[in-house]
Design a protein around this ligand. Sequence first.
Ligand code: ATP
Length: 365
Amino acid sequence: MKNDTLVSFEGVVKRFGEFVAVQRMDFEIAKGEFLAIMGSSGCGKTTTLRMLAGLEAPTEGVIRLSGKPINHLPTWSRDTPMVWQSLALFPFLNVRENVEFALKMRGVGKSERRRRAEQWLDRMQIPEFAERNIAQLSGGQRQRVALARSLVVEPEILLLDEPLSALDAALKVRMQSVLKNLQRETGITFVYVTHSQSEAFSMADRVVIMSRGKIEQIGTPQEIYRAPRTRFVADFLGSSNIFTGKVTGADTSGVALDTPAGLLHLASAGGPARPQIGREATLTVLDTKTNLALEAPSGRVNAVRVRMIGEEFVGATATIYLETAKGQEIRVQKGHDELASLPLEIGQELVAWWAHEDGHLVTEG
Ligand code: ATP
């Protein structure tokens, strides 16, 4: 265990009867870290968080908090304060009373409770709502009250389960920066469950990607985006073109893959492990690193003949959808300027190309 480790999961398994909700999990959360747990519905995110909160006991393995096993300790009897951010505010209490509630339960005196609650309402920029009923608040204001209510006890960890899912898109983005700033300023460890890539990647220091009860990858958003470890992760993120084929060459200078899109090459720097000749392997290349041209450029590049099948514009960026002769979809994402010289019409024959160095080999699956 490292010095700054606050939480560790060691061989943690959770079964409900025969059903394995969480397979052997080993990972650590550092003090002051913003960790997002991300994955599609039913992959075990909430179960993982509930085990950390003490709301479920692991079937196997140990969860440690500051080095001490906490598997069977309910949340309230732990040394380290950990708070579950629930959006269920008490409707019969006003905003200030909601924020004061946990302090009252801890026996904090009236004037001190009020002082601390008001401090948090100020910090969340909602001091004018102190006397309001919960029913009279907007979704974003309720969010801020819920955060103030959780943070007023100055926990060491805050556990958040899809806290922004009910908000509209613009508010979501605003609350993401509120959350990120709060986490930075307070230094409180945040463990944040979401199925949203944009939430996880914009706020978290590290992201855990889960699929079917298993951790597929843990890393910084950059690491995961640039180098997905498994085919699942590359598919899930949806930001890479993916080619699977047989390895026909592998040496210090690189790897060659025979794929339905043609023979593709990868510089040795593209992947950590050298694959075996004859085995299947998967190459990914970011859609932002995939280029378009009328003719393949010379040099150490991969070139795939494609036909344009669609386009999409979001702000200054265009996504061009293409198809190989064998029906594989390829996406290219570029700024408008970079595509300006090309005849971009549906049905146009083009070449999608990328440098050998820009490919990446997934190491598993
Ligand atoms: P979502 O994004 O839909 O909330 P999730 O990733 O948070 O999904 P979990 O709630 O952790 O998923 O559930 C993981 C799996 O465990 C699901 O298949 C779920 O049906 C199952 N599960 C969760 N709790 C129980 C329970 N108490 N008894 C039986 N099965 C359960």
